[in-house]
Design a protein around this ligand. Structure first.
Ligand SMILES: *Cc1c(COP(=O)(O)O)cnc(C)c1O
Length: 217
């Protein structure tokens, strides 16, 4: 696989869903990948990347940014409140807004810095106890609270349970987004991004299918 093949498959999935070419953003998930692989994808001209740990991202992206222009970095993993400030400095988008305490911290940082990354509210569509995200039943009120704090909510994000058909979860996420007037849908990974695009994904998060299998994490 690799970047070119994934880009082509995304274009095909957009076309067969009757969606505009380029309506889906490919987030290349570079977590725990060797720098050389990430650099190769940067060298091919790709600029949108995803990381799931603030610390790891802080260790590698400032260097890449010195050498490549226009990098658009997305945080797709859970965020501790005490790392929110660093996350604000590093990331253009955060996909893991999932609790009031974090929303309040973001609102305070946005006030203080005069800027805020684009935000996605993570929804725990499978209601898995070990997984982050607001429960589907709590999503509407949480989104409302975030808006009351003036946070720039771009859309919703989900990670479907491993053992279930992801399409059901993508459809549920799309429904919650639609009734809240949210345009962004961050859903779909290496194994299911075409199904996510068919159900309206605007951001797909693809790691191993671009970079190869991860050796850890
Ligand atoms: C690692 C990760 C991905 C990418 O997974 P692949 O199966 O390698 O495409 C997508 N989303 C999140 C939240 C992840 O942590």
């Amino acid at each position: 696989m690799g970047l070119a093949e994934i880009t082509e498959r995304i274009a095909k999935a957009e076309a067969s869903a009757g969606r505009d070419a380029g309506s889906v953003t490919l987030i290349a998930v570079s977590k725990v990948q060797p720098d050389a692989r990430v650099e190769a994808v940067l060298g091919e001209g790709h600029r949108v990347f995803g990381e799931n740990r603030v610390q790891e991202a802080a260790g590698k992206w400032p260097d890449f940014r010195e050498r490549f222009d226009g990098i658009d970095l997305h945080l797709i993993g859970p965020l501790q409140t005490n790392k929110a400030r660093t996350a604000f400095e590093l990331f253009q988008s955060i996909h893991s807004l999932d609790r009031p305490k974090l929303a309040n911290t973001f609102a305070r940082l946005a006030q203080e810095t005069g800027a805020c990354p684009e935000l996605f509210v993570q929804v725990n569509t499978g209601e898995e106890p070990q997984k982050a995200g607001v429960l589907p039943a709590d999503a509407d009120s949480f989104i409302e609270d975030c808006r009351a704090l003036d946070l720039p909510i771009r859309g919703l994000m989900c990670i479907p349970p491993l053992e279930e058909e992801p399409s059901l979860h993508f459809a549920l996420l799309a429904k919650i987004a639609a009734r809240n007037g949210l345009a962004g849908l961050s859903m779909g990974m290496s194994g299911d991004f075409e199904r996510a695009i068919a159900l309206g994904a605007t951001h797909v998060r693809v790691g191993s299918a671009i970079f190869g299998e991860r050796t850890q994490g």
